[in-house]
Structures are given as C-alpha cells and as structure tokens.
Design a protein around this ligand. Structure first.
Ligand code: HEM
Ligand code: HEM
Length: 174
C-alpha cells in the first residue's frame, strides 16, 4: 500500500473541518461568556461539534487498525519527529474534547443546561477554580502548535523535497 485508505483520508480531512468549526465556536463562546451574553444553544452547538471530533477519532483509529498505514517514508530524525507528532495529535484529539466535557460537568454550565436557565451560565471570569477549563484552554494551544508543525512538515515535503507525500493523504488513487 502506498496511500492511506479512502476512509482514513476522509476522516483525516473531516477532522480538520470539524476542528476549525469547534475552534471558531469555542472562541465565540468564550467572548460571549466574558460579555455575559452566552446562550445555552452556544454551549450545546460547541459541545456537539467538539464531541463529533472525539467520535470521529474513535472511528478513525478503528479504520487505522483494520486498514493499516503506508510504510514510513524514511528513517531520518525528522521522520521520527513526524511520527511522534502524529501520535501526539491523536492524543490531543482525545484529550481536548474530554477536557471540554469535564469543563461542562465541573462548572455551572451543567447546572444551567439541566435547568434550561441561561442566567446560571458562567459570567466573565466565571471559571475560577475550574481546573478542566484551564486544561481545555491549554490543550487548544498545544493542538495549534502540533498542527502548525504538522502543516509545516507537509509543506516542506510538497515544495522543498517534492516527494509527493501529500498524495498519500488524497482520495485520488495512483
Ligand atoms: C476538539 C474539539 C474542541 C475544540 C477544538 C474546542 C475549542 C475550544 C476553544 C477554542 C475554546 C475557547 C477557549 C478560550 O477561552 O480561549 C473552548 C471553550 C470551551 N469549550 Fe471547547 N473545544 C472542543 C471540544 C469541546 C467539547 C466536546 C466540550 C463539551 C462538551 C467543550 C466545552 C467547552 C466549554 C464549556 C468552553 C468554555 C466556554 C466559555 O468560555 O464559557 N469543548 N473550546
Ligand atoms: C492543515 C492541513 C493538513 C495537512 C496538509 C495534512 C497533511 C497530512 C499528510 C500528507 C499526512 C500523511 C503523512 C505520511 O504519509 O506520513 C498526514 C497524516 C496525519 N495527519 Fe494531517 N494534515 C493536515 C491537518 C491535520 C490535522 C488538523 C490533524 C489532526 C489534528 C492531522 C492529523 C494527522 C495524523 C494523526 C496523521 C497520521 C495518520 C496515521 O498514520 O494514522 N492532520 N497529514
């Protein structure tokens, strides 16, 4: 096999789309909370999109275990770093949504959702002492750094090394 299976390719790019949406929704939600105008729907939509990332990651790892992966492109130090980044990305795709779920459970968000009362939602600085929220925020930064390194690697392969690595993650079959 020289390319990732079609379903691995689809889940890879779908994850990117969902992550961008969850990131945008989370940022908007955080601004709204600071300005005391957050809505229950805002939390539900962000949670659903973020939760979809978690489910998709479980499905993706199942596909990975069934379909396998193409052999490593090389054995240099950079190839090992790239592999390490892939593993760290998978870990972040689990921990980020889980920390989001924990934020909801351990803050007043869960109570507000259960009561259906938006007035009970956290206001500005309303997450004081909610450890999961700090973890969630930190993991967002960690994910951005990891994806940036990953993207730079892909661009290097495409435009500097010109070895066609990107085709391994494309639907078009050779
Ligand atoms: C991979 C998926 C996710 C991404 C990329 C993501 C991203 C974000 C971002 C960027 C923020 C704003 C952080 C800030 O204050 O700077 C945020 C906040 C938050 N997220 Fe997520 N999130 C994800 C999954 C989830 C899930 C599954 C839940 C819960 C079910 C969740 C619950 C929350 C909550 C409660 C906040 C705080 C909003 C506020 O400030 O009031 N997140 N998220
Ligand atoms: C930003 C645009 C992106 C580009 C151009 C890109 C490109 C690629 C390419 C070319 C590969 C195959 C590498 C190889 O054959 O060794 C790959 C694999 C991978 N990508 Fe991305 N990617 C992007 C975004 C993301 C995002 C957002 C995530 C997750 C947060 C991600 C996670 C992964 C993982 C975990 C693998 C390894 C797959 C495996 O072996 O199981 N990528 N990516």
């Amino acid at each position: 096999m020289t390319q990732y299976s079609k379903r691995m390719v689809i889940t890879h790019w779908l994850t990117l789309v969902l992550l961008l949406a969850a990131w945008y929704l989370g940022d908007t939600l955080s601004d709204a909370t600071d300005e005391s105008r957050a809505t229950l729907a805002g939390y539900i939509i962000h949670g659903l999109v973020g939760g979809a990332v978690l489910l998709l990651t479980v499905v993706r790892l199942f596909f990975r275990s069934k379909d396998g992966t193409p052999p490593a492109v090389g054995r240099t130090m950079m190839d090992k770093v790239a592999k390490g980044v892939h593993h760290a990305l998978y870990l972040a795709l689990f921990l980020l949504p889980l920390s989001g779920i924990m934020t909801v459970i351990t803050s007043s968000v869960a109570k507000a959702l259960l009561a259906g009362d938006a007035n009970m939602l956290p206001k500005a600085h309303g997450y004081h002492g909610v450890f999961a929220h700090e973890v969630h925020e930190t993991l967002v930064t960690v994910l951005i750094v990891l994806v940036s390194v990953h993207l730079l690697g892909a661009l290097k392969h495409q435009f500097v090394m010109k070895d066609g690595l990107l085709e391994r993650m494309m639907l078009r079959r050779k």
